[in-house]
Design a binder for this molecule. Structure first.
Ligand SMILES: *[C@@H]1O[C@H](CO)[C@@H](O)[C@H](O)[C@H]1NC(C)=O
Ligand SMILES: *[C@@H]1O[C@H](CO)[C@@H](O)[C@H](O)[C@H]1NC(C)=O
Ligand SMILES: *[C@@H]1O[C@H](CO)[C@@H](O)[C@H](O)[C@H]1NC(C)=O
Ligand SMILES: *[C@@H]1O[C@H](CO)[C@@H](O)[C@H](O)[C@H]1NC(C)=O
Length: 473
């Protein structure tokens, strides 16, 4: 935008100098070019209007989107293609993307999710979950879906995807859903995915769900849903490797980021962890849930999560580990530093008794291993309870390290600032003083908790500057 504005000023100056005929061309080419950064640029570009799309907010564009993707998939091995969505309200049901493909939303483009149930094909349950979350059977395909893809970009100049979730939330509350609600964006069995610079509103349930995938870049998302809406998690990496989430602002009715890897016996047998996950510069508002949750579905394991520069405001908890007997799996090598929190129920929350099970066939002897949890350099204010850390009887959560954390309690906070059971670890420079299960090592150990210094492969991904000439705007 700024660049365009500067150029327009330049054009205006040139026109004062009387270079009128040339200006006209300059102005046109400026207003018809598009520039942004992405993991790949495409050789071909087309607009949804080329495929009969109508942006009136009433006409269904499901077929136009699917036709466009199908047609543009011919360029997969010929430089790839971009589908441009201009300003307008584009009503659509679920559609699927293709490889070497970019979906770009103009700043005033709104994808409006259809409320016609026939526009939402049903998929089988995820193998690592065994069933759907809302109903035992399958699940509605997400609005923007991709499976077995590589090199896909979903981006825009902060264009909007509006899930019109109220319709789904109502059916959920009435217990009327036959299948699990659709997500806004889901990629399965895919790699090299970028989701960036978009506003996501009112998702029927989770907003962004990469699953069984790797090399995922999520940047610059604004995600907004009513804080009372059911299960509107922000971003849920699920059995994924190499994921980077940064510069996101999330207001939601559930966890802002929820890291997952399958559910009980299904997740254990699928056995695919989430690992090498970076989360930075996240702002979260979620009065009834966590800023970052690990679990509760973590049966494939969660490992090497690095979160930094996180802000939480009016949020139930900061970092939360959720698990239970029967989950199996592990949560290990978790590193969080640089969190600022204001108005929290709990800063630290570990729940070893998070019971929701897919069915009664889980193995109660499948105990999760929780080990190597590092939290440091945090400040919090207006807090009700500093920490509520509950491991599992006979299966303590180990290697917990908390250092350099200052928690200001609310005027009406609980008398007991920390409650701890079945946990083992150390602390240094933490106030108010933690429970006896986390003995204070003295101020000289204030840097005790680890944070890795070597970067992960996802941090070295280079973005290219892509420039397109458009014949439409
Ligand atoms: C997103 O937008 C920001 C701010 O306009 C810009 O700096 C950044 O390059 C964009 N990122 C991507 C991945 O498009
Ligand atoms: C996608 O990949 C998965 C895992 O490799 C495979 O099981 C599945 O059959 C593939 N699906 C399609 C539609 O190709
Ligand atoms: C994107 O749009 C949302 C909603 O209008 C707004 O809150 C946010 O600040 C915008 N982000 C950017 C980077 O312009
Ligand atoms: C303690 O944490 C604060 C941020 O909350 C940071 O500015 C400071 O440098 C940290 N102190 C040490 C000794 O690392």
């Amino acid at each position: 935008m700024n660049k365009i504005a500067t150029l327009l000023v330049l054009v205006a100056i040139l026109s004062l100098r009387g270079a009128e005929s040339r200006n006209h061309r300059v102005l046109n080419s400026v207003s018809n070019s598009l520039e942004y950064t992405a993991i790949s640029c495409r050789a071909h570009t087309a607009s949804i209007t080329d495929f009969g799309g109508v942006g009136d907010g009433e006409t269904s564009n499901t077929k136009a989107f699917q036709d466009a993707v199908n047609k543009l998939s011919q360029y997969k091995s010929d430089g790839g293609a971009q589908l441009y969505v201009p300003a307008g309200k584009w009503l659509t049901g679920s559609f699927s993307l293709t490889s070497h493909f970019t979906l770009y939303l103009h700043k005033d483009a709104v994808l409006l999710a259809s409320q016609d149930i026939n526009e939402w094909p049903v998929l089988k349950p995820l193998p690592s979950y065994g069933r759907g979350r809302d109903a035992a059977a399958g699940r509605y395909t997400s609005l923007i879906f991709g499976t077995n893809l590589t090199d896909v970009v979903v981006t825009g100049d902060n264009g909007t995807i509006d899930g019109q979730g109220a319709f789904w939330w109502q059916q959920f509350h009435r217990g009327k859903l036959k299948y699990t609600r659709p997500y806004l964006i889901e990629f399965m069995y895919s790699s090299d995915i970028q989701i960036s610079n978009l506003t996501l509103l009112n998702s029927p349930t989770w907003n962004v769900h990469p699953v069984y995938s790797s090399n995922i870049l999520v940047q610059g998302l604004t995600i907004i849903a009513p804080v009372t809406s059911p299960n509107t998690d922000g971003i849920n990496p699920d059995s994924c490797t190499n994921v980077r989430i940064e510069d996101c602002y999330i207001v939601s009715g559930d966890d802002c980021v929820a890291v997952k890897s399958g559910w009980d016996e299904y997740g254990i047998s699928f056995g695919m962890p989430t690992k090498q996950l970076v989360i930075r510069r996240l702002t979260c508002i979620s009065p009834y849930s966590a800023t970052i949750a690990l679990g509760s579905e973590m049966s494939g394991g969660i490992e090497d999560v690095r979160a930094e520069d996180i802000t939480a405001i009016n949020t139930e908890s900061g970092i939360r580990i959720k698990t239970a007997r029967g989950r199996g799996g592990y949560v290990k090598d978790i590193y969080v530093k640089g969190m600022k929190m204001n108005t929290m129920k709990w800063v630290f929350l570990m729940s070893g008794n998070y019971k929701a099970h897919p069915d009664n066939n889980y193995d109660p002897n499948a105990l999760p291993v929780i080990e190597g949890i590092n939290y440091r350099d945090m400040v919090a204010d207006n807090v009700n309870v500093a920490g509520r850390l509950e491991g599992i009887d006979g299966d303590p959560f180990k290697g917990i390290c908390i250092s350099n954390v200052t928690i200001g309690m609310a005027a009406k906070s609980k008398k007991v600032k920390w409650t701890c059971s079945d946990i083992e670890g150390i602390t240094s420079g933490v106030s108010p003083p933690p429970c006896d299960l986390l003995p204070d090592q003295g101020p000289e150990k204030i840097k005790a908790c680890d944070f890795p210094t070597q970067s992960l492969p996802i941090d070295t991904v280079e973005l290219k500057t892509c420039t397109y000439r458009l014949h439409y705007m």
